[in-house]
Design a protein around this ligand. Structure first.
Ligand code: HEM
Length: 412
């Protein structure tokens, strides 16, 4: 069951699409399959006007054309698209302004630097699993999946793990409540900006981490804040406002996304014993399975704003309209993937769009994959046998990051 809504229910998905509708929140895939077959560019007057792209070809075309489809706003909400919003570089920057901030962040997230997080992730998973020893039931989303990215993000920022639940509460307010409640959106943004300003000021003053007890980049003990303090764009060190916006983005980008991906994977394995047993018996298949689970349950879909009147898939798009790039629909397009609706955990040809397409492709994909692979492997090693305790009680998040938020499960 999704959270109750006071918004009018959708009558026709082709002309009145709403990703906050409880039917979509519970299961978007039949809706996307139907739209792809009969009206691949769906429309809605909600949110001031939005087109929703459901085929791989249309999603890829828009993602690769940032001059026409701007990233200046990517989270759909009730604030008119003519307003700028709080810009989060590089995700809200169009080329050429996108390149500098992306380059500044890249070294922290490259494959070698990311490897340094493997042991901390293993330690977090082991502690969580120790806490579940002896239990016969638990919630796969609440007791395990959500804890891993929250705690890693805290570690990465160099703040206490006790801050992780606050991050998750902010993400809920920002991503699930904020899009349809502008007051909550503004208040949460304000609180998060204050937190990040405090963090930057502390690091600038030489306080906090950097004490040698955490993994860093290039062999040093740097946390992300300390790392970014040394980064330049166009030969100039990042200023406080740029740092605050980048840290704000990394918090949004890293937590609910990865929680959703780990949760959807465990939900799939709980509901598909043959896949669960196969992976438990052969953990070397986990990275391949992870890609398939990302394809099939891609947690993130983002929007663009049309910079001018244009056309997509034969449909007119007005300047200022939201254009939704449904990566989760593109990933199930039968024109691109054989048996697109079937989850095949040994699928080999799998160039999916779960991490986006084009210049904004996910910067944290190495870290996300590592968290997923380690979390799934550690879980299966400890609990090879588990199943859904009550399939009806599984709930999903609403909004543009989709994943299970309650998965009651039986252990053993
Ligand atoms: C399974 C987990 C994740 C998924 C599915 C995911 C998905 C995405 C997608 C679809 C985009 C493209 C957005 C666009 O086109 O506008 C993106 C961008 C981005 N992601 Fe992720 N993400 C995940 C985890 C992470 C993590 C762990 C981090 C870092 C801590 C991260 C950092 C970023 C950043 C910084 C961008 C912006 C890149 C740019 O604009 O150049 N993501 N992500």
């Amino acid at each position: 069951m999704a959270e109750p809504t006071t918004r009018p229910p959708v009558q026709d998905w082709a002309t009145d699409f709403d990703h906050f509708d409880p039917e979509f929140v519970a299961d978007p895939y039949p809706i996307f399959d139907d739209l792809r077959a009969r009206c691949p560019v769906a429309h809605t007057d909600r949110y001031g006007g939005m087109e929703v792209l459901t085929t791989w070809a249309d999603v890829a075309e828009a993602a690769h054309d940032p001059a026409t489809f701007s990233s200046r706003r990517i989270l759909v909400n009730e604030v008119p698209t003519s307003e700028r919003g709080f810009p989060l570089p590089p995700i809200n920057n169009d080329p050429p302004d996108h390149t500098g901030p992306r380059r500044a962040m890249l070294p922290f997230f490259n494959p070698v630097a990311t490897k340094r997080w493997e042991q901390p992730i293993r330690d977090i998973c082991a502690r969580l699993l120790d806490g579940l020893e002896g239990r016969v039931e638990c919630d796969l989303a609440v007791d395990y999946a959500q804890c891993v990215p929250g705690e890693i993000t805290a570690l990465m920022l160099g703040v206490p793990a006790e801050d992780a639940p606050t991050f998750r509460a902010w993400m809920h307010d920002l991503l699930e409540v904020g899009p349809t409640d502008t007051e909550v959106l503004r208040e949460t943004t304000h609180v998060m900006v204050d937190y990040m300003r405090g963090l930057v000021a502390t690091r600038r003053a030489g306080g906090g981490r950097s004490d040698g007890d955490g993994p860093g980049v290039g062999g040093g003990p740097e946390d992300l804040v300390t790392f970014l303090l040394g980064q330049e764009v166009d030969g100039v060190l990042l200023d406080d406002e740029e740092l605050v916006s980048m840290l704000f983005l990394l918090l949004i980008a890293g937590i609910d996304t990865t929680w959703s991906a780990i949760g959807s994977s465990l939900l799939h394995l709980a509901a598909h014993p043959e896949d669960r047993r196969r992976l438990a018996a052969d953990p070397s298949l986990i990275p391949t399975a992870t890609e398939e689970l990302l394809r099939a349950y891609a947690p993130v879909f983002v929007a663009r704003v049309a910079a001018q009147d244009t056309e997509l898939g034969g449909c007119p798009v007005d300047a200022g309209a939201w254009v939704m790039l449904a990566f989760n629909a593109a990933n199930r397009d039968p024109a691109v993937f054989e048996d697109a609706e079937v989850v095949r955990i040994d699928r080999e040809q799998n160039r999916h769009a779960a991490f986006g397409l084009g210049v904004h492709r996910c910067l944290g994909s190495n870290l996300a994959r590592l968290e997923m692979n380690v979390a799934i492997e550690a879980w299966l090693a400890r609990f090879p046998e588990f199943s859904l305790a009550d399939p009806e009680a599984v709930t999903f998040s609403a909004g543009q990051v989709r994943g299970p938020r309650r998965i009651p499960a039986r252990l053993g």
